[in-house]
Design a protein around this ligand. Structure first.
Ligand SMILES: [Zn+2]
Length: 177
């Protein structure tokens, strides 16, 4: 994984940019969805190997899982805006796997599970892989992770959010005039 901060930031950015109505519930669900796939670290505890389809970066990191999860949440929580719930939540969930496929370590991501168990990385992998577990995170490794995520996740997200805020301001000025 990238760290939970990196993943959550991408979910928040997607919701802020795509949801015109800025629904708070959707923002929170997007952040949760972007972190959720790493729930599969529990598989280690249950005895599944990393490379097993239920192992880390397996099923919960797949496109199939992202579709099921986002359809379910949008049906439960979406009202007249089910479609935008689906789009934001699908992109947030799958953004997790996309970031993971750009990290320096671990096994690749099982994007096509359950149809194909192969694991994939992207050719470009600039993000330092985050340690699994809290104690290891507060270490020199953790610092390297945060710095690489600030650069590769933080800067793009904050740039997009900045542009969005600037545009909103301009728009509200125009409306006021
Ligand atoms: Zn992950």
């Amino acid at each position: 994984m990238a760290s939970i901060f990196g993943h959550a930031l991408v979910g928040a950015t997607l919701s802020k940019v795509l949801d015109k109505n800025q629904v708070k519930l959707l923002l929170v669900l997007a952040m949760i969805s972007a972190i959720l796939p790493d729930i599969d670290v529990l598989a280690f505890k249950l005895g599944y190997a990393y490379e097993h389809w239920l192992g880390h970066r397996g099923f919960t990191h797949s496109i199939f899982f992202a579709v099921i999860w986002s359809v379910m949440l949008s049906l439960i929580f979406g009202k007249t805006n089910k479609m935008i719930f689906f789009v934001v939540l699908f992109l947030s969930t799958i953004s997790h796997a996309v970031l993971d496929a750009m990290t320096t370590g671990g096994l690749g991501v099982g994007f096509f599970i359950p149809f194909n168990d192969s694991r994939y990385f992207f050719p470009c992998r600039p993000i330092q892989v985050s340690p699994i577990g809290v104690s290891k995170f507060f270490s020199e490794w953790g610092v390297r992770v945060i710095l690489s995520e600030l650069l590769w996740v933080g800067v793009p997200c904050f740039t997009v959010l900045g542009i969005k805020a600037f545009k909103n301001k301009k728009q509200s000025k125009l409306n006021y005039n």
